[in-house]
Design a protein around this ligand. Structure first.
Ligand code: CTP
Ligand code: MG
Length: 352
């Protein structure tokens, strides 16, 4: 079936149905107006749901502007919102362009399979809702008044997965690269499904096997929008590093980075000293001033102005160094005074 051109083309299908793939194979990039792409323009990326409202405001303006010029416009959203569909249909009518609805007939199981193999799957319950609404729309679409309802046959042929050959680059026994660098794997996402401990252990063992010098965990209380969605797991890193410490790898373990606003510095010093003892001297601490207001507010933590936080960072470093230093004597430093510095377990090699 030929789709007229120019036309308004509205894509409909659940996540993973192949809408964007279908559009990219048939239309120029400028002809496709995608809510995901616009979230990336006004938000931190295509998955930044906080940017949805503004992305759709822009999408509507772009659709109107293109249609008014008689240009082919492919609307790449889930397409499941009846109000939006009728708006687009009316806009096409107003512009004198044919209005085409493109229904993806991808089987539910294939959508689920593609979704779960994606980097950022939508939650199974959300996908189930999309699949249900899609089925309802398939039944009702003809009555909506489209000039053409185009069904896209299931295409189970995969877009080639470029499963590039994996090469494991061996490093020296000191885990340095040929330039002498020690490279640490920073883990910021934890898509661990039903088996958090098993997932974490597998990541650590693979990093160890690949020759990484260490493994670092991000320290946030809510997953940050730059990385993933707020409801994805983001574990307390010192607890999680305790699990990794028990695996017997040769990895250095620490955080990148621990905000000094989360825990009093002495408590971080204690956690790191404990980890150091449990790993035979392979702990490290990345520290920072903290920045994300939302997680501080949600967990009842203060987030003072930047100048104060940076002062607190300097004081925290001083406190940790004082507690880790050999002996238990009183400490009287530049920003910090402590009546004693008793911190056991001691570091296995306190001279480092
Ligand atoms: N895909 C595939 N074979 C196809 C079509 C798509 O393997 N014939 C894969 C794509 O490479 C992608 C995934 O399935 O990894 C989802 O396809 P996409 O076109 O992005 O689906 P959309 O319907 O656009 O999903 P969303 O609503 O999440 O944007
Ligand atoms: Mg898409």
């Amino acid at each position: 079936m030929r789709i007229p051109d120019p036309a308004l083309v509205v894509l409909v299908g659940p996540s993973g149905a192949g809408k964007s793939t279908w559009a990219a194979a048939r239309y120029r990039r400028e002809e496709v107006v995608s809510s995901d792409a616009l979230r990336g323009v006004v938000g931190s990326g295509p998955h930044d749901l906080d940017a949805t409202e503004e992305a759709f405001t822009l999408l509507e303006r772009i659709v109107d502007a293109r249609l008014a010029r008689g240009l082919t416009t492919v609307v790449d959203t889930l397409g499941l919102d009846a109000e939006r569909r009728s708006r687009w249909l009316l806009a096409a009518r107003g512009a004198g362009l044919p209005a085409v609805l493109v229904l993806m007939d991808t089987p539910d199981a294939e959508c689920r399979r593609r979704n779960s193999s994606r980097d950022r799957p939508v939650p199974a319950s959300a996908l189930a809702g999309q699949l249900r609404r899609h089925r309802e729309l398939v039944r009702a679409a003809e009555a909506e008044g489209w000039d053409l309802v185009h069904r896209v046959e299931p295409d189970t042929g995969r877009v080639a997965d470029s499963a590039a050959e994996r090469t494991v680059h061996r490093t020296t026994p000191e885990r340095r690269t040929s330039q002498g660098l020690r490279v640490v794997l920073q883990v910021s996402r934890f898509p661990w499904g039903e088996d958090p401990a098993g997932w974490m252990a597998a990541i650590a063992r693979a990093a160890d096997e690949a020759g990484f010098a260490g493994l670092a965990l991000m320290d946030h209380l809510i997953q940050i929008p730059q990385v993933d969605r707020a409801w994805e797991p983001i574990p307390e890193p010192w607890v999680t590093l305790g699990l990794v410490a028990g695996l017997g790898t040769g990895l250095s373990l620490g955080t990148l980075v621990t905000p000094v606003t989360f825990r009093p510095a002495g408590i971080t010093a204690k956690a790191a000293a404990t980890l150091d003892a449990l790993t035979g001297g392979r702990a490290f601490v990345g520290v920072g001033a903290g920045w994300w207001a939302r997680e501080h507010a949600a967990y009842g933590l203060d987030l003072p102005p930047a100048r104060e936080r940076l002062d607190a960072l300097a004081a925290a470093i001083e406190t940790m160094r004082a507690l880790w230093a050999p002996g238990t004597k009183a400490y009287d430093g530049q920003r910090v005074s402590l009546p004693e510095t008793t911190c056991y377990p001691d570091r296995p090699d306190a001279s480092r």
